[in-house]
Design a protein around this ligand. Sequence first.
Ligand code: BJW
Ligand code: ZN
Length: 255
Amino acid sequence: MFFTNTLVERLAHARHVAVLTGAGISAESGIPTFRNPGGLWDRFRPEELANLDAFLQNPELVQEWYEYRRNVAMNTSPNPGHLALVDLEDLIEDFTLITQNVDDLHRRAGSKNVVELHGNIMRSYCIDCGRPADDFKPNDEGPYVCRDCGGLIRPDVVWFGELLPEEAVEQAQRSAERAEVFLSIGTSAIVYPAAGLPLLAKQSGAYVAEVNIEPSAIAGDMDETIQGRAGEVLPRLVEAVHRIKPHSNKRNGQL
Ligand code: BJW
Ligand code: ZN
């Protein structure tokens, strides 16, 4: 059995549920993770590319790396793991999907209440005047720069040492604190503050479970660890919840 009846029952009866996702949920869409063998950072060292100093030293290289990753993300589709979370959202009165992913796949799948902790690779902005630059493309001659002020254009993502968007962090923390069930899916749980959210939820009384192909850094703190691929586990989990709770509270107008 993939998961316990306890988890299914708790999900079926919960009013407040929060989910944290990481790169593992998009792995089955064909987007490499960061830290597994064959992951993004096997080929590209994070300290070389995903921080502000590296960007300022070699903006063209970093812009090209993100352009490459943007193309990979745009040419993939949400997988059954993303889609199961859309179904789950429909069943739960207060559902928050907190993601560390920048690939936009949760939104493309149809999830509504999505909190993006580390930004979104599809957006870019000028580091000098802040002008959004969503038509970002690498320039033939030198790095891509702002049309208005000539400043460098960077992806709207959170690099190491940078603050996460304040509103997103607050929303994530509030949803973790009120969650009756908290699911941590496809994350190694080594990057903070995101990795602290499942523990915050647990301290606030939630039943916490993780879905991962291998134990994460915080597996020992979970009430339940489900070893498996998100794209296989989540559709079965949501199907099991549906068997107890066939209709959405939202659709029934019980809110
Ligand atoms: C599957 C699967 C399948 C595979 N199904 N599962 C407290 C303690 C210690 C350090 C810190 C701390 N607080 C802050 C820090 C510093 C730092 C940090 O956490 N460092 C640690 C590495 C130690 N944090 C920060 O700097 C953050 N900022 C901050 O805290 O500001 C305040 C501050 C300022 C100045 C000084 C100090 C503090 C910012 C963090 C930003 C992270 N940014 C990145 C890059 C985003 C842009 C980009 O994409 O290029 O975000 S790093 C990268 O890691 C990316 C991810 O969102 C993030 C998390 O990775 P994730 O998603 O967990 O991926 P993986 O690859 O690690 O794991 C995948 C998992 O999936 C694995 O477990 C697989 O097994 C599993 N899996 N297939 C299910 N099919
Ligand atoms: Zn500018």
